[in-house]
Design a protein around this ligand. Structure first.
Ligand code: AMP
Length: 460
């Protein structure tokens, strides 16, 4: 399969070739002709599958019409394509792809929270045809009258599952109300909960659907295990797993930047070479950490959620969840980093009693239990009571500057399972458990070996 058979214009084929891509990824070969044909699209694809180019390339082509020249001649460009993303990091990354693939021919801008309005208002005033935005900040602009979305022709919801998990559904619906009725809609999501399906039903018009993550194969490639362990002994257990060669090289997820730093220091003290990748590390520091890891100079690469997104690490044998993510679909995204390209991988979760409810939520999303294995010598102390898992804001370490939205209250307290039956002192579950499901499961993916550190391409 070659890009030239997909119906893309010569300048886009040149852009693709200059990026060094020789053949389309599965989501690209499926999605591009459908989008070019003007279809609405429901796509199952996660980071690393090449999903960005799958919508950006055909979108750029559809914007290159004579109508477009008429519009441009009439004055400053109007917003013709809107891409919504859950986080500022992703907005920046996608907008960069628009610029790279568009060869500077299309004006684009990224709109996200956590920074001043001034620069964004100025960029919007100068005019942009393509806006990549997080929903909250976009609405703030709409309310202030600094953005006009009435000429949007193409809407893309990127990582829709994350947007919903982050509580953006109302914002998304408010944005939809600002768009013209006639438009093309593309929805990309790694997982498909009932909420996502509901959103898709209301949004998409006779959509074509594509699935970049082959059904069931990923679970077969990723061996998952949960090690119940006391919260105070997690670091010791991780060191033990490395020393006993149960883990050689691994990407280790912590919930916070502070947690990543602290763990790295402790592991160094244990004599294990580590590096960290998180929001407080500069781009050169991140690249250095990544190259040290790839070269084998570093055993454990400790990362927070967002920072680890799009990391270009092929054939990653192990992913360790030092702390479980607060949002179940993040688990799927995390472990999608292993078991790629037909290579088997392990996803190891160190689960303390506080996290049992999070584990249950993840298992509910997966539709299957994660095998639990107590490591000898690390049996959890049954007298330890669960402590509530501290909530973090969506704008925190995990999800970048998504703004004012907080995750729904999580259930807490103890439950059965990894800790072997109901535990004394366990509180009742509070809050409504989330119900998720994945059609055919999309953990990991065979198509997912194309990825890079966000921003890495600038350095290539
Ligand atoms: P995405 O899933 O959109 O985040 O893309 C992940 C990475 O794959 C990015 O670094 C892209 O530059 C890269 N990529 C996208 N399409 C291809 C392709 N056809 N061949 C090789 N790399 C690609």
């Amino acid at each position: 399969m070659s890009f030239s058979t997909l119906g893309l214009a010569p300048e886009l084929l040149r852009a693709v070739a200059s990026r060094g891509y020789t053949e389309p990824t599965p989501v690209q070969s499926q999605a591009i002709p459908l989008v070019l044909a003007g279809r609405d699209l429901l796509a199952g694809a996660q980071t690393g599958t090449g999903k960005t180019a799958a919508f950006v390339l055909p979108m750029l082509q559809r914007l290159s019409t004579s109508h477009d020249r008429e519009l441009a001649a009439a004055g400053r460009p109007r917003i013709r394509a809107l891409i919504l993303t859950p986080t500022r990091e992703l907005a920046i990354q996608v907008e960069e792809s628009v610029r790279v693939y568009g060869g500077g021919r299309r004006r684009s801008t990224a709109i996200y929270g956590g920074v001043g309005f001034g620069g964004q208002v100025a960029a919007l005033r100068r005019g942009a045809e393509i806006v990549v935005a997080t929903p909250g900040r976009l609405l703030d602009h709409a309310r202030q009258g600094t953005i006009d979305l009435r000429s949007v022709e193409i809407l893309v919801l990127d990582e829709a599952d994350r947007m919903l998990d982050m509580g953006f559904i109302r914002d998304i619906r408010s944005v939809l109300a600002l768009l013209p009725d006639r438009r093309q809609n593309l929805l990309f999501s790694a997982t498909f909960s009932r909420e996502i399906r509901g959103l898709a039903e209301g949004l998409l018009n006779s959509p074509a659907s594509v699935q970049a993550t082959p059904r069931n194969t990923p679970t077969a490639l990723v061996r998952q295990v949960a090690h119940p362990v006391d919260r105070s002994r997690k670091r010791e257990l991780l060191s033990h797993l490395v020393r006993s060669h149960a883990v050689d090289q691994a990407l280790v997820f912590t919930r916070t930047k502070h947690g990543a730093n602290k763990l790295a220091q402790q592991l160094w003290a244990d004599g294990i070479a580590t590096a960290t990748i998180h929001g407080n590390r500069s781009q050169p520091q991140r690249l250095r950490a990544l190259s040290d890891f790839k070269a084998g100079r570093v055993t454990l690469l400790i990362a927070t959620e967002v920072a680890a997104r799009g990391l270009d690490i092929e054939q990653l044998p192990h992913v360790v969840n030092y702390e479980l993510p607060m949002v179940p679909s993040d688990y799927v995204h995390r472990i999608g980093r292993t078991g790629r390209a037909g290579v088997e991988g392990d996803a190891i979760s160190l689960v303390c009693v506080d996290e049992t409810p999070l584990l249950r939520d993840i298992e509910r999303l997966l539709g299957a239990p994660i095998p639990s294995l107590v490591v000898a010598g690390f049996e959890p102390d049954p007298s330890i009571r669960p402590e509530p898992v501290r909530l973090r804001s969506a704008g925190g370490a995990g999800h970048g500057a998504a703004g004012r939205h907080h995750h729904a209250p999580r259930s807490r307290g103890a439950s059965s399972g990894a800790f072997g039956g109901s535990r004394r002192g366990g509180g009742q579950r509070v809050g409504r458990p989330r119900r998720h499901e994945i059609p055919g499961s999309s953990i990991g993916n065979q198509a997912g070996r194309w990825s890079s550190l966000p921003g890495e391409r600038k350095h290539r």
